[in-house]
Design a protein around this ligand. Structure first.
Ligand SMILES: Nc1nc2c(ncn2[C@@H]2O[C@H](COP(=O)(O)OP(=O)(O)OP(=O)(O)O)[C@@H](O)[C@H]2O)c(=O)[nH]1
Ligand SMILES: [Mg+2]
Length: 395
């Protein structure tokens, strides 16, 4: 299974530009197929330092790539239809939006920080990006609230059979991927009575919001940062205490796209995510000047921000860990460091074994931490970049 990150936002903020920049097949050898499942779902990558050099090995990735010791691990990126105010009431591409949204594990909210598009995505000037941040969250909350209220109605109609309220709510909210136990936990953490019929409407709203935050954690990609007004908005918004709780990443989807295009053309050497690149061809003056402008941007903002937005969603917001299946003895049946898997934050050695294969999980004896050669028990929670060999009766 591969994690899915959704790009959301109002129209014309640069979702598709960011999507194209992140998913284009720019790998020179062509050994890594660009898997288009649907026009709006593509493969993107998150970076981690490869573990192979520590073991004096040269890795042979079965998926993704490794460039200069940086491992690019595939994830799925979904370019979700633009959202307009009132979408939950059927405006715009309402239901399609919800279907796409349900399939994602985390969101990148692409916000046009330049203020040159209004709330519906039409050209304007001086629009406050804060409005967009609030509208999108409110719109998502409204979807959740609709469904939560339907669940409460169903619970009310089934009271004679004395059901557990969280079971009915979990069933109604199943598309959002939240279990009955998790719902109960959220209800209790808010200090509510477990009886839904006792909730005031503000309480139901707050609960919908809390469930949304949990099931769709979000990073904000402050896009179009290559423009002057965006940089002014950035300074103002990211120092505003009201927005302190949000994770912002400064992004220029344009810059990333231009660098990837130039790389494909053989004009630059560029590793995605880096704050540097090298021009390697004689270019027309205009193109060279454009690239020099991009150089100023990536030097100031430490890259184009596209990789950072993806990695913030995967590692900071979802808290995933990259784990390498290793070999304590240094014997590799299929080539060294072929795989690097993204696992949930609390994944244990035994769960890692099941992730490799259900047979390996069933025959789990213990793991070996390949850096220390120590045994690792079934319940040991793995760390980011661990290299672990699983010893199983079903190898
Ligand atoms: N200056 C600047 N413009 C950008 C950037 N990214 C996208 N744009 C421009 O913003 C406009 C909208 O970009 P799209 O990628 O089509 O936006 P979208 O969010 O996919 O829009 P919808 O599909 O309509 O929801 C285009 O004119 C892009 O060229 C950027 O990083 N900087
Ligand atoms: Mg688009």
């Amino acid at each position: 299974m591969s994690y899915r990150i959704g790009l959301v936002g109002k129209p014309s903020v640069g979702k598709s530009t960011l999507f194209n920049a992140a998913t284009m097949n720019d790998v020179p050898e062509g050994a890594f197929p660009f898997t288009t499942i649907d026009p709006s779902i593509g493969e993107a990558y998150v970076r981690t330092d490869c573990a192979a050099p520590e073991f004096d090995e040269t890795c042979q990735p079965s998926v993704g790539v490794c460039e200069d010791g940086t491992r690019f691990i595939p994830i799925k990126l979904v370019d979700i239809a633009g959202l307009v105010p009132g979408a939950h009431e059927g405006r715009g591409l309402g239901n399609q939006f919800l279907t796409d949204l349900n399939e994602t594990d985390a969101l990148i909210h692409v916000v046009d920080f330049s203020g040159t598009t209004d709330i519906e995505g039409q050209t304007t000037e001086g629009h406050d990006p804060r409005e967009d941040i609030e509208f999108l969250e409110a719109e998502l909350d409204a979807w959740y609230l609709d469904i939560l209220e339907k669940g409460i109605d169903r619970y009310e109609s089934k009271q004679l059979s004395d059901p557990d309220p969280e079971d009915i709510l979990a069933e109604q909210l199943s598309a959002f991927g939240i279990s009955a136990a998790e719902i109960k936990q959220v209800v209790l953490s808010l200090g509510y009575d477990v009886e839904p019929l006792s909730w005031e409407s503000e309480q139901t709203e707050a609960l919908a919001r809390e469930i949304r935050k949990r099931t769709k954690p979000m990073v904000i990609a402050a896009n179009k940062m290559d423009t002057q007004p965006a940089q002014e908005n950035w300074d103002e918004i990211t120092t505003d205490p009201a927005y302190e709780h949000l994770a912002f990443v400064p992004v220029s989807a344009h810059a990333e796209k231009a660098l990837k295009n130039a790389k494909e053309q053989g004009a630059v050497e560029y590793t995605p995510g880096e704050a540097t690149f090298e021009i390697t061809a004689d270019l027309p003056e205009e193109q060279e000047a454009g690239l020099e402008q991009i150089r100023e941007f990536v030097e100031e903002f430490d890259g184009t921000g596209v990789q950072r937005a993806l990695e913030s969603a995967v590692f900071d917001v979802l808290g995933l860990k990259a784990v390498f299946p290793g070999s304590a003895s240094g014997t590799w049946s299929k080539g060294p460091f072929r795989d690097c898997f993204l696992l949930p934050p609390d994944a244990t050695a035994e769960e890692f074994a099941y992730h490799l294969h259900s047979d390996i999980g069933e025959g789990f004896l213990h793991g070996i931490d390949c850096r220390t050669d120590r045994q690792v028990g079934a319940d040991t929670v793995l760390e980011h970049r661990d290299v672990v060999e699983i010893i199983s009766t079903n190898q």
